[in-house]
Design a protein around this ligand. Structure first.
Ligand code: SF4
Length: 367
């Protein structure tokens, strides 16, 4: 690995910070609802939502979440079900569980006030180094660098950093370099523009494939561009291996009982996929699903189109089977779960592909 040196004498930190701050002020993203605030609750909420989720999606979830939970106290006092129901569709549900735990810790340990520096923030559940840095920089002007996946890509290209970022030690090195690139004695406004600039550059120009170097504010000092090696960075050897798994889902609907329609849903166990969310009963094979049903129910079973769903480490293939029966029904004791009125479906946290499968009923629940 080539050693990358970033020091004040090289002039690189000064030039980088100045170029980035000026560019952000002229061309960076503005007007997002979580910008122009120094409220740690809002910044934290947006940062957690934006991890692994696109801005366009977060734009609809963020105001809804704030409407329901306007303060960290309100979020801490909510039930886990309320939080999961509002998070449903954003994916990566451990974020919602950590969000709730973190709000409770802020209230219980800090009287409802977030710690005012990155070190204190990082001690809270679910707040990693980069999120802590973002909150501290945006809300308190702390001179600390964010280094999420986008920023790693920008900095590894800027510096032609060829350390393998699959290794924690190399990530640490890049973090140190990120710290060395920070503006000297920045005002809080400069720290905000710099931090936002790093995010914006990684999200809009220095993107994974086909970066727009010709529009980039730091093209004149980018070492990868200078040596025509942009596509070599970032270096990361370990690919995520996805396991393929098939699930058979029983969509059991009871109609006509006391004029109500109900669906049988079970809460997913923790830890595991979709922990805490509601889902139709899951079986590892079609035979297992059939075995779980009373013989007289089996002939009413309809095969629906299979759906694929990608998770970080798993590729799920969902095979839904629909069974509509007149009630009242006695569900076999071995099948865990509960009846949920179709009109109450919206109040339940449902994983995104289950929402798709139940879309016709969710539509009716809204009318
Ligand atoms: Fe990224 Fe290109 Fe800018 Fe270098 S010049 S930081 S590779 S967009």
């Amino acid at each position: 690995m080539n050693a990358v040196v970033v020091n004040a004498g090289s002039g690189l930190p000064l030039a980088f910070a100045r170029l980035l701050i000026d560019w952000q002020r002229q061309h960076g993203r503005r007007g997002l609802p979580w910008q122009h605030t120094r409220d740690p609750y809002r910044v934290w909420l947006s940062e957690v939502m934006l991890q692994q989720t696109q801005v366009s999606t977060v734009l609809s979830y963020f105001p809804r979440f704030l409407d329901k939970f306007p303060t960290v106290q309100a979020l801490a006092e909510a039930s886990a079900d309320e939080v999961m129901a509002l998070w449903a569709g954003l994916g990566y549900y451990s974020r919602a569980r950590n969000l709730h735990r973190c709000a409770q810790a802020v209230v219980a340990q800090h009287g409802g006030v977030f710690p005012s520096n990155a070190a204190g923030l990082q001690a809270l559940p679910g707040i990693g180094a980069s999120t802590a840095a973002a909150i501290a920089a945006f809300c308190h002007g702390e001179r600390v660098s964010i280094v999420d996946g986008n920023v790693r890509r920008v900095l590894s290209r800027l510096l032609a950093f060829d350390g393998d970022l699959a290794q924690t030690a190399r990530q640490r090195e890049l973090w140190d370099l990120a710290q060395a690139l920070l503006p000297e004695a920045p005002s809080p406004d400069d720290m905000t523009a710099y931090t936002q600039g790093l995010m914006d550059l990684g999200a809009t120009l220095c993107v994974r494939s086909r970066p727009q170097c010709e529009r980039c504010p730091v093209q004149g000092i980018c070492r990868a561009l200078e040596t025509s090696t942009v596509s070599n960075y970032p270096v990361k050897t370990r690919a995520v291996k996805r396991r393929h798994e098939s699930w058979w889902l029983l969509l059991l609907r009871e109609s006509g009982h006391a004029g109500r329609e109900r669906i049988w849903l079970a809460r997913r166990p923790a830890p595991g996929i979709w922990a805490g969310l509601y889902c139709p009963p899951v079986f590892g094979s079609e035979a297992a699903l059939l075995d779980a049903l009373p013989p007289t129910w089996r002939e009413g079973l309809h095969e629906l189109e299979a759906v694929s769903h990608s998770l970080t480490h798993r590729e799920l293939r969902l095979h839904p089977r629909l069974l509509v029966l007149d009630g009242p029904l006695m569900v076999p004791a071995a099948m865990e779960g509960d009846w949920v009125d179709i009109v109450a479906l919206h109040g339940h946290g449902l994983p995104a592909p289950v929402r798709v499968l139940l879309a016709p009923w969710l539509g009716r629940a809204q009318t």
